[in-house]
Design a protein. Structure first.
Length: 239
């Protein structure tokens, strides 16, 4: 009797590469930077320097992912996974009916979450450049705005964190749903870069990660941010 490839264990089925190395490093680095920003904020004003460094990391990572979404490998590019409202709604309804098909890259709801988190984290980190803790510490661009505007941005910086945390929680819940209900190992795929061949067809698999290009982009972004930060009147240096 012939057994469908969809019922073969991921451990024995052929795997094909879908996520390049830069995307995988970005994903886990962004998670670490966000967690680091939260922890250093909770530890108090003495850790503000480290909180700022985590914010710098978020800015570089988000900027990198936006650029990589244009020049990166196939499944990293926005136009290959971002869908319109109608397609996203159809996918959500298909999940409710148990008929949603697996995608080689991001599914439409996953793509929406990518856009939401990139936008929210980018705004959160940039706002932090102008914020202050109303005690001792200020962001490096605090002097570029009025005290009143800085306070408003500080309040928004604090409030936006909770919305981001809620989105992250929803993202984790979705990953658990895919693992427990649909049997898709999304976490492992974001570590190894590979998914089962019945999900990633031969024409969908990617080749080289183009890591050298990613390194060049990151170096340029770090250089630009370092220059902006270190020439500001309230500079919090990278070192």
């Amino acid at each position: 009797m012939r057994v469908s490839s969809r019922h073969i264990s991921d451990k024995t089925e052929d795997q094909r590469k879908v996520w390049d190395l830069p995307v995988r490093i970005f994903h886990w680095s962004l998670a670490a930077a966000f967690l680091g920003a939260f922890v250093t904020n909770r530890l108090g004003v003495r850790y503000f320097h480290y909180h700022a460094l985590c914010g710098y990391a978020v800015i570089v990572l988000v900027a990198f992912r936006i650029i990589w979404g244009v020049i990166g490998t196939r499944h990293a590019r926005f136009w290959n996974f971002v869908r319109g409202p109608a397609a996203t709604l159809r996918y959500a309804l298909a999940i409710g009916r148990g008929r949603a098909r697996p995608y080689a890259g991001h599914n439409p709801l996953g793509a929406l979450m990518v856009i939401v988190l990139l936008a929210a984290l980018g705004v959160e980190a940039v706002i932090g450049l102008f914020a202050n803790d109303e005690i001792f510490n200020t962001g490096p661009l605090y002097g570029a705005v009025s005290d009143a505007l800085s306070l408003k941005l500080t309040g928004l910086h604090r409030q936006l964190f909770y919305w981001i945390a809620a989105a992250v929680g929803l993202h984790v819940a979705a990953v658990l749903f895919h693992r427990l209900v649909k049997g898709e190992r999304l976490v492992r795929a974001m570590i190894t870069g590979r998914k089962p061949s019945h999900v990633v067809g031969a024409h969908d698999a990617i080749g080289a990660s183009r890591s050298w290009l990613a390194v060049v982009v990151v170096i340029l972004l770090v250089g630009v941010l370092a220059w902006v930060v270190n020439v500001s009147p309230n500079a919090i240096a990278f070192n």
